[in-house]
Design a protein around this ligand. Structure first.
Ligand SMILES: Cc1cc2nc3c(=O)[nH]c(=O)nc-3n(C[C@H](O)[C@H](O)[C@H](O)COP(=O)(O)OP(=O)(O)OC[C@H]3O[C@@H](n4cnc5c(N)ncnc54)[C@H](O)[C@@H]3O)c2cc1C
Ligand code: FES
Length: 429
């Protein structure tokens, strides 16, 4: 054996030892990682059970929800921002009875009697407002933003109900309120870390979720990304800061899109700009989270699909859009594209009061959208089957619901916002 061969053998032997050592190291790392994951999921499961027990205990002690509208009195009003355009209303029941619990993220439906400034007629108007605090036995809280006229259209009246609340609903005023409802709420069955994204007034359901989880002692990881214009519009600033200082599992990220000169980056806010997918990708670890998103239409329309493109499972994204311009349901991938049924295309919807016969378009989301697209006036509030304001008499035919209605439906009626025709229909509208 010459020197060259010996050197080669020694080199191969060393290389083999290195490879074996690396493989053993990798195997041990994998074992440690698997142990960690299983310990974390045991821990998370224990934590979630505690949180679930706390909220189910509250729900178990609480009385059942009431039917229809119930009278409440405004006990307290609190301005929540420097601009004084966002006000919290603390509501206590006139009958003094303990209140039914709710799922954090749900909303209340109000029926207001408002005098039209032009015709002087009293109109009954229905609007929904999210509960903005954790469930309490003695009061509910809603937080309402005064809605101005659209930009550069000062001749248009400002938002009717929100301004009515700010200007006329003083402490001591009575309000007609439907029991809490809605499908956008904290899912407690899975102990995943959660990411809450609130844009503007879309922070309100997130406040309820945060207050509930942190008060229950849950150690579930909570990330809040709150997007707002600047310090003038920033609501419950101190409350959120205190929560961050006192709870290691609560991570607060404030984004100002147009900071004021007095707003200090790193003190008043952490990021300049809107909350977007780039920020989430830079901040969050690569693991599974539940995402809850609520904010202006533009934010929802870009963020929800971007989360899916990033690889977040559709089932881990929960979202709600406020206001009449609700987010068109994001089309989820279907295994196969079915041709529109010929029978579906041939359906005619008759609006008897308006005297209009309209062919059903299978691309339209709901009968409410069909009515609005054709200039037929129909009341609406939540557009999610909860408030009941789009309830319309069904003279003939049948409808299919796209989701389970929360509102009680009178016999011979249907909720236009979540239904599609099953056959030719005649509606009293
Ligand atoms: C589930 C749910 C939860 C919600 N939670 C909250 C919450 O927690 N806090 C909150 O503040 N809001 C919340 N909202 C929104 C709230 O329900 C109302 O939509 C909001 O307050 C506006 O109602 P409004 O009556 O003041 O405005 P509207 O009278 O409905 O007016 C809306 C906008 O239209 C403009 N407008 C009026 N007339 C015309 C016209 N003729 N032509 C063109 N534009 C016109 C107004 O100037 C205004 O800008 C929630 C909505 C939903 C569905
Ligand atoms: S708009 Fe609220 S139930 Fe249809």
């Amino acid at each position: 054996m010459n020197t060259g061969t010996l050197t080669l053998i020694i080199f191969v032997a060393i290389l083999l030892q290195v490879v074996i050592a690396v493989l053993i190291g990798l195997y041990r790392r994998k074992q440690q990682y698997q142990d960690l994951v299983s310990r974390m999921s045991e821990l998370q499961s224990a934590t979630s059970n505690t949180a679930a027990t706390v909220s189910s205990e509250v729900a178990a002690k609480a009385p059942p929800a009431w039917q229809g509208f119930k009278d409440f009195v405004v006990q307290r009003r609190v301005m929540e921002d420097m601009a004084e355009s966002i006000c919290s209303f603390y509501l206590v029941p006139v009958d003094g009875q303990p209140l039914p619990s709710f799922k954090p993220g749900q909303f209340l439906t109000f029926n207001l009697q408002i005098t039209d400034p032009i015709t002087c007629e009293i109109k009954s108007i229905v609007r929904c407002y999210s509960l903005s605090d954790r469930p309490q036995p003695d009061y509910y809280r809603v937080t309402i933003k005064r809605v101005p006229p659209p930009a550069n259209q000062q001749d248009i009246p400002p938002g009717c109900c929100s301004n009515y609340f700010h200007d006329h609903v003083q402490e001591g005023a009575q309000l007609s309120v439907k029991a809490p409802s809605g499908h956008f709420y904290l899912v407690e069955r899975e102990p995943l870390p959660i990411v809450l994204v609130g844009g503007g007034i879309g922070i309100t359901p997130m406040l309820s979720i945060i207050n509930t989880l942190l008060h229950s002692g849950s150690s579930r990881e909570i990330w809040l990304f709150y997007g707002v214009r600047n310090g003038t519009d920033h609501i419950m600033k101190r409350h959120l800061e205190v929560l961050q200082q006192t709870h290691a599992n609560f991570h607060l990220h404030i984004c100002y899109s147009r900071p004021n000169e007095a707003d200090k980056e790193g003190v008043d806010y952490q990021h300049r700009g809107h909350v977007g997918i780039k920020l989430l990708r830079l901040t969050l670890q690569l693991k599974r989270y539940q995402f809850y998103v609520c904010g202006p239409r533009a934010m929802m329309e870009s963020l929800v699909p971007a989360l899916e493109t990033w690889g977040v499972a559709t089932d881990d994204i929960y979202y709600e859009s406020f206001g009449p311009a609700t987010l068109p349901k994001h089309k989820r991938a279907k295994p196969q594209i079915s041709k529109p049924d010929a029978a579906q295309q041939a359906i005619t919807v008759t609006f008897s009061k308006s005297g209009k016969n309209i062919s059903w378009n299978p691309d339209v989301e709901s009968l409410l959208e069909l009515a609005e697209d054709n200039g037929i006036e129909v009341d609406s509030g939540c557009r999610a089957g909860s408030c009941g304001s789009c309830q319309t008499a069904l003279e003939s035919g049948e409808v299919d619901y796209t989701q389970d209605p929360d509102a009680d439906i009178e016999a011979g009626h249907c909720l236009l916002c979540i239904s599609k025709p099953k056959s030719d229909l005649t509606l009293t509208a």
